[in-house]
Structure formats: C-alpha cells, structure tokens
Design a protein around this ligand. Structure first.
Ligand code: ATP
Length: 503
C-alpha cells in the first residue's frame, strides 16, 4: 500500500500532474502546484461537478464569491471560537501532534501488531490455521483488540465533550502499551485555531484583521437573499460554488489529501424547515450516484454516518473512498439546519428570511450542504487510475486509466515515420481535432514507445497515420484500456472520440 502511494506521488510528478510548491526552495509543506496535465484534469473534474450540480438542476445556480470576507462572518459562523484541532506537544522530542490523529496512529500500530501475530500463527499452523478462531482465543491478540476498541470509544467521547485532559491521559496510556514516540513527557492538549489570518489596509491603526476563508460555504450564506431575489428562486433551491479554501492543518501529510491551500466544491440547498430529513437522504443518494457515474468501482465507496456532530449540524455523513492508505473522507453531506443563516441574521442585524408565497409565511430556510474537496477527488481518481498491467508477452505496462471524460489529453496523433508526408497529414488531423479536444502530436521513438508514453499519461486514444492513410484516408485508432486497434476513416475520428469523452 505504501508502495502504491509512493508510485502515485512519483508518477504525478514525472508525468506533469502535481509538483511540490516552490520546489527549488525545497518546497512548502502541504502546498502543491498543479502542472500542465494536473491543471487540465482538475479543471475537468470541476466541470464534471458543475455540470451535474448546476447545469442539470434547474433549481441550482452557481456563484463565485470572494476569498476575503468581512471578519464578522467568521464570528457568526462559529469558526473563530470553534474551528480548531486539539494539539499536544512532546516535551522531549519537541514534536507537535494533532492529538486525535496521534491516537489514531497508536491504534493503527496496535492493529498492525495484531496483523503480525496473525501472520506468525498462520505460518506456524499452516493449513490448519483458522483466523477467526485465533482472533477469538489468543489472549494477547484479544488484549490488543480491546485496547483498540476502548481507545476509539474514549477518543470519540472525550473530543465530543472537549474534555482534553482525558485525551492526554489516553495518549500517556497508549505510549506505555505501545511505545511509539519513545518518551512520556507530554504537554496538556490545547485547541489550535486552523484559520490563517492576514491584514487589510495600509496603516497600522486602520488595518483590519481578516481571515483567509477556511470553507467556501459562508460566501453562499451571506449571498443567500441576493441570489434568491435576483434569480427569483423558489424554495427548494441550491447555490453552488467552487473555490480555494485555506486551513493551517497541523498534520499535513498524505500528499494532496490534506493541504493547507485547497479547493472545495460546495452546494448549499435551501429548504423548508421540517423537510431536512428527506432532502438529506436525497442528497446523500444523489452524490453517491455522481461518484459511481465515474466508474471507479462501487466497492471503493462507503458511507460513514457521524455520531459526533459539528457545531452546526443535525445530521452528517461522509462519502468515504478507498485511498491507497485506506478508506478516508472524500465528501461530506451535512444537514446544517438554520444555524448559519440564523447566526448571520443575528450578527448582521439584517433579515435573511424567505417569503413563501404558497404557504404565505416567512421563515429562515434550513440547509443541506454537499461539500467535496476537489484535490481529494483528484487524488481518488488519479490513484485509482494508476495501474500496472502484466501483458501477454510477459512485459508490464504502466497505464493511467483515467475516465475518458476527465483525461487531460483526449488523443495523441502519430505519424508512423517522420517522412513521406505522414507528419503533414498528422498535423492536418490535429488542426481539425484541436477545436474540440486537447490533442497532442508525437513523432519521437518507435510507435510502441509512443503508445506506452500515452498510456502512462492517461490519454484514451492514439491515432496513427501510415502510408495507407495517404492512399485511402484511413488511420488506426488505438484504445488505451483494451489496447485494441481499429482502422477507421479520418472523417470518423472526431465522432469516435466525442462519443467517449463528452460529459
Ligand atoms: P477532515 O476530517 O479530513 O479534516 P473535514 O471534516 O474537516 O475533513 P469538511 O470541513 O467537511 O472536512 O470539508 C469538506 C471537504 O473538503 C472534505 O470532505 C475534503 O474533501 C475537503 N477538505 C477538507 N480539508 C481539506 C484539506 N486540508 N485538504 C484537502 N481537502 C480538504
């Protein structure tokens, strides 16, 4: 698994998808740049989302709100007081940890110990080994398992109550049970706010403290009434937006899974109070369907319903995806009640109510939110696509099986040889296709090598121009996944590609 993840990271760099930010200065932790192919893939994912949410729903519109917002926004939303992670420092190593993640790491380590015991026993007992029975009867394994179970229970409880002293105690106990940091000298657990601050204004006296938005949602809430009135929207309706968000994450690792600057794709759906249960279920189902439409495999998704709820929610679930490092949150669906609009009414003194012409009453709408990280979606798609295949002739090929609708380059066009007018015909084909798709030209190396390069690049089609093409105006078109080749008329190529890549 670790290996696969390393391959994902290095492939993303080697093929121009993702670079470490400011690499020549040794990078900036948890900040990444999208390279020539990555920027295209990211744009296509964003468009695929926008199309499904905005274009295909006549009651959802899209906006693009500013990153900077009036600072009171973040008082009202609860972020100034409650948007924080629990931190703990190790006094000996001077290392800082996110307390909940540290506890999870201990649990993972204990689980790895269980796995090791199982492997050892399997080897010892050979064919007679029964894993279930072993797990149920081996005392040491049972002790480990109990530790894992009670730890997770306690962590959920403690953080829910924000009883940080208990988390410290838990970490101390775990360090004894399963030494990992090599030291037992911990500070108290403190809450650390994740928002980045900055200043607006030139002079020191008049400068205003601002935050970089930690989520895009608030830009939608403060615009709710403007959009509703100017768009003459009737409840139920939604407002969607994509854009950058910033969080000073303490544990920033796992590549683009957890970044300090990232992009969200969020939709707030405004509904009549009392209908939230129904809409929450509808959006859960609808969002899962969107994911499945990309064909990454049904088994790679699961719901995780939250028991521990954020300060704004009355129900919440994650759509989790099987990343190379296990199932993790990809998207959140939250029933936010009237928490946000109500708070903005209170803090701004402006009414944020909707007048329902049918029911002849005014109310603050309830909200169902769908919130997905674009970068996380990128990682899900990219890591799922990267495959190594054993071919019939015994060789292996690296292929990036990106969904064709999302692939950065849709087709590569090759002249079989660099002479006899084949490059000219290839370029003519490109000139025709490039109005519809991203296409590229490649004449370097043998055709087999060129196919491999495009396989690794994720390009769904390769079109080869040979001598026959000059005579009968046909080319071969090769499909990335099946490696099948077809001879087709040049005039048909565009339609063949459209059929596969159109959203
Ligand atoms: P996590 O528990 O992983 O920190 P979260 O519950 O704080 O995530 P939300 O606030 O619900 O996440 O944000 C919605 C979505 O935004 C997440 O499902 C995720 O896809 C994405 N996201 C959140 N934080 C980050 C980050 N630091 N880097 C990349 N994507 C992120």
């Amino acid at each position: 698994q670790d290996d696969l993840f390393k391959k994902v990271v290095s492939h993303a760099k080697e093929y121009g998808y993702v670079f470490q930010s400011s690499e020549i200065y040794d990078g900036l932790s948890a900040v990444y740049d999208y390279a020539q192919n990555g920027a295209e893939l990211k744009k296509n994912i964003r468009e695929y989302w926008w199309k499904a949410m905005v274009q295909l729903n006549d009651n959802i519109v899209g906006i693009d709100a500013a990153i900077f917002m009036h600072p009171t926004t973040w008082k009202a939303s609860g972020h100034v007081d409650a948007f924080s992670d629990p931190l703990i420092d190790n006094k000996d190593s001077k290392k800082r940890y996110r307390a909940d993640v540290l506890v999870e790491d201990y649990t993972a380590k204990i689980e790895a110990k269980i796995e090791k015991e199982v492997k050892k026993a399997a080897k010892r007992f050979g064919d007679a080994f029964d894993k279930k029975e072993f797990l149920a009867t081996n005392q040491r394994v049972k002790d480990y398992q109990e530790k894992v179970d009670t730890t997770l229970q306690r962590l959920g409880r403690s953080l829910g109550k924000e009883d940080l002293a208990d988390v410290k105690k838990l970490i101390e106990e775990l360090e004894i049970a399963c030494p990992m940091s090599g030291s037992r000298n911990w500070t108290d657990v403190k809450q650390f706010n994740l928002m980045f601050g900055t200043k607006l204004g030139a002079s020191a006296e008049s400068a205003m403290d601002l935050y970089l938005r930690p989520e895009t949602a608030q830009g939608i809430f403060v615009n709710f009434l403007n959009v509703q009135k100017t768009g003459r929207m009737k409840i139920p309706f939604g407002i969607a937006q994509t854009g950058k968000a910033f969080r000073n994450e303490i544990v920033a690792r796992q590549f683009i899974f957890r970044m300090r600057e990232f992009e969200q794709m969020e939709m707030q759906f405004f509904i009549k109070p009392g209908t939230q249960q129904e809409w929450y279920e509808k959006w859960k189902e609808s969002r899962l369907r969107w994911h499945l439409s990309l064909g990454l495999g049904e088994d790679n998704y699961r719901f995780h319903d939250h028991e521990k709820l954020a300060h704004y929610a009355d129900a919440a679930a994650d759509i989790e995806f099987r990343f190379p490092f296990g199932f993790k949150e990809l998207e959140g669906i939250h029933s936010r009640t009237d928490f946000d609009l109500g708070a903005h009414e209170k803090f701004s003194g402006k009414k944020l109510q909707y007048y329902d012409h049918e029911d002849k009453e005014s109310y603050v709408p309830y909200v169902i939110e769908t919130s997905i990280g674009l970068d996380r979606m990128f990682l899900a798609i990219f890591s799922n696509a990267l495959q190594e295949e054993e071919l019939e002739n015994g060789s292996t090929r690296t292929v990036l099986k990106l969904p064709a609708v999302l692939a950065p380059t849709k087709a590569a066009v090759f002249p079989l040889v660099k002479k006899d007018g084949l490059p000219d015909l290839a370029k003519e084909i490109i000139d025709d296709l490039k109005w519809d798709f991203n296409v590229l030209y490649d004449e370097k190396d043998a055709v087999g090598r060129r196919y491999r390069r495009q396989d690794a690049n994720g390009t769904p089609f390769c079109i080869t121009v040979d001598h026959q093409s000059l005579e009968d105006k046909t080319v071969t078109i090769r499909h990335r996944d099946s490696m099948e080749q077809q001879r087709v008329a040049i005039s048909e190529v565009k339609a063949i590609i459209h059929k596969e890549v159109d959203m």
